[in-house]
Every structure is written in C-alpha cells, then in structure tokens.
Write a protein that binds this ligand. Structure first.
Ligand SMILES: Nc1ncnc2c1ncn2[C@@H]1O[C@H](COP(=O)(O)OP(=O)(O)OP(=O)(O)O)[C@@H](O)[C@H]1O
Ligand SMILES: [Mg+2]
Ligand SMILES: [Zn+2]
Length: 244
C-alpha cells in the first residue's frame, strides 16, 4: 500500500488506482507514479537513515544563524537562497552546489538549508559526513551488517539530493578514493544532484583545483560538471569569535 495519508483529488484507492465503470477495469491514477517514487524514497530513508542534527533544523534567513551568515557572506548566501527558491528545477536538472572555504564560515549551515528546502519540496535527501559514509560502507562489509552495502550504495545513488559534508577527507587511501569515485560517478551517470562542502586551511589562497589533487581528478572533474564553480566562503572562524 502507498502512503495512506495521501489525499488524491481524483479519489484513487490506496494503491493509486481508479476504476472505470464502463470497461469494468482498473487503471493507474495520474498520482500513482509520483506516489510510488515517494514510497521508494521513504523506504530508502528508513533503511539507511537520515541525519539532521538539531543545530541545523528549521533554518530561516530571517533568523540566526542564517541571517548572520547572510550578513558576512552576502554573495554566497544569495546564491544559496536562489538555489533553494528553485530547488525543484535544480534537482530535476541534477544541478548541485559546492560550498568551499575556511573553517567556521557557515558552509555546513548553508548546505543544510538546501537540504531542508529539498525535503520541504517533497524530495528525498541523504546527508552524510563523507568520512562517516565511507566508514558505514566499510562496516557494511561485515556479515549480517545493517544496512547492507547494497542498500547504502543504492541510497546514495538514487536519493534525489545527496548532501555530503567535508568531501576533502583526511588521508584518503586507494580504497577511499575508489569509493568516492563510485558514488560520484553513479550520480553523474544518473544526473542526480549533489550538494557538498569542503574545507581549506585558513590563510592559504583558496584554490578549487586542490580538491582534484586530493580526491582524484576523475572524481573532481565529474563533480565540477555537476556543481559548476564553487561558492567561496573565506574568512575568520565564527566559532572562535563567539567562543562557541
Ligand atoms: N555569521 C554567522 N552568524 C551567526 N552564526 C554563525 C555565523 N557563521 C557561522 N555561524 C555558526 O557557527 C557554527 C559554524 O558554522 P558551520 O558549521 O556552518 O561552518 P562551516 O563552514 O561548515 O565550518 P567547518 O569548516 O568547520 O565545517 C554554526 O553553529 C553556525 O550556526
Ligand atoms: Mg562544515
Ligand atoms: Zn490519485
């Protein structure tokens, strides 16, 4: 059965079918395809689990922290806001975002805002810290592990929006690079949107190509095509200033 709370204007049944009295046969309602899609994604989120810490819930540009970030990083915030306003279009086109900058500038908060808008728009979203995701994949190799490797790979491949935190993983080895490549390449092939953040040491000139050196050129070049130019967020660490 599909979502029982779904209120279809055509009054179809629990499985998204209508009945034609003249031909005495059932036929699929126009809502069925969308409802099936949502069901698949709800199951997927149940299997793999989402991740939305309370610090990054209910984000609103008229309140802190987003209002503060928009004050300091006006250009970055307005790109993200516009992206969120057109979330439907962006996700359907497979268009993503890359937030690149120094520690504590608000990258993660802005990325969560995009994730939040996507969910509000009815899209499925998975958020993961990149290192955590790779550890989950490694753990899933164990016998009887839950979720299974296949479930994780399916989820990260097919979820409407994949939100990855800190893609420039520390000390990447060959296995890590290969997993990252697989994930990015799958999404690239399916034309699926990805939003990610990456860090740059404070004081160094922010150079996007460094990510390519770090995670491999094959992965980097696909990411670049999926997200376009990174949104720079440089400057001081907000956490240090408030002693947070
Ligand atoms: N300009 C700001 N005004 C108010 N709060 C802010 C501002 N910038 C950042 N913050 C807060 O500082 C903390 C760090 O922000 P966030 O996690 O988004 O930064 P980040 O760039 O992802 O950092 P990191 O590189 O360390 O992951 C968060 O709690 C966020 O709410
Ligand atoms: Mg962050
Ligand atoms: Zn219907």
């Amino acid at each position: 059965m599909l979502d029982p709370d779904f209120d279809c204007p055509n009054g179809c049944d629990a499985n998204g079918f209508l009945f034609d009295e003249t031909t005495r046969s059932a036929y699929a309602c126009t809502c069925r395809e969308e409802r099936l899609r949502r069901q698949v994604h709800a199951d997927m989120e149940d299997n793999v689990g989402r991740y939305a810490p309370s610090r990054f819930q209910n984000l609103d540009f008229s309140e802190l922290p987003l209002s503060g970030i928009a004050e300091r990083h006006t250009a970055a915030a307005s790109v993200v806001r516009r992206f969120g306003d057109r979330i439907d279009d962006n996700i359907r086109k497979g268009q993503g975002l890359w937030l690149l900058g120094n520690k504590g500038t608000g990258k993660t908060t802005l990325a969560y805002y995009v994730a939040q808008q996507a969910r509000a728009g009815g899209f499925s979203v998975l958020t993961r810290n990149t290192t955590d995701l790779l550890n989950e994949i490694r753990d899933s190799y164990k016998v009887d592990a839950q979720p299974t490797t296949r479930e994780i790979i399916n989820a990260v491949t097919h979820v409407d929006l994949l939100h990855l935190e800190d893609v420039a993983v520390p000390r990447p080895n060959d296995w890590v690079l290969e997993q990252l490549y697989t994930i990015v390449n799958r999404r690239y092939e399916y034309n699926k949107a990805i939003v990610f953040t990456s860090d740059f040491p404070f004081g160094e000139h922010v150079n996007p190509a460094k990510l390519g050196e770090h995670i491999g050129e094959r992965t980097y070049s696909r990411l670049m095509q999926m997200v376009g130019d990174p949104i720079p967020m440089t400057g001081a660490d907000y956490r240090m200033q408030v002693g947070a």
